[in-house]
Design a protein around this ligand. Structure first.
Ligand code: NAG
Length: 140
């Protein structure tokens, strides 16, 4: 019994001192893929809504058109300097609460993706000055 106590006394601090961030690279991958809802200003979007907007925008890039006589999707130059997790060039496409954007008013919120359709992030005019963008809740 004394020996067991002594062993525990020696082992517990060693166990507690082991590195705990072994899973960090996995977390980063999940973050790139968007692991939960996104809030832009007062609008909250599900993963499915954001993914839908991104797929819709990327389809236009692949097929070489724009939505309903609008200019979207178009190249986004990232003048704001967001640190997106994927390489550019980037495209922006409106992110709506009411389904896929098909032209008309784009609203304030956007999805950003690269030339292969990879998620870069979500940005919004809400809370930004002039025509600038700020990051939504999962984009900085
Ligand atoms: C999009 O981003 C991914 C991840 O960084 C990268 O592998 C891919 O080459 C990028 N696409 C283009 C066309 O740059």
């Amino acid at each position: 019994m004394q020996l067991l106590k002594a062993l525990l006394f020696l082992l517990i601090p060693v166990t507690l001192a082991l590195p705990v961030d072994v899973a960090a690279p996995v977390d980063n991958v999940l973050e790139t893929r968007q692991s939960g809802p996104v809030t832009c200003g007062s609008n909250t979007y599900t993963v499915a809504q954001v993914t839908g907007a991104r797929n819709s925008g990327y389809n236009y890039v692949k097929q070489g058109g724009t939505a309903g006589g609008s200019t979207y999707p178009h190249v986004y130059n990232n003048y704001e300097g967001f640190s997106f997790p994927v390489a550019g060039p980037y495209y922006e496409f409106p992110l709506l609460k009411s389904g896929a954007y098909t032209g008309g008013s784009p609203g304030a919120d956007r999805v950003i993706f690269n030339k292969s359709g990879q998620r870069a992030g979500e940005i919004t005019h809400t809370g930004a000055s002039g025509n600038n963008f700020v990051g939504c809740s999962r984009t900085s």
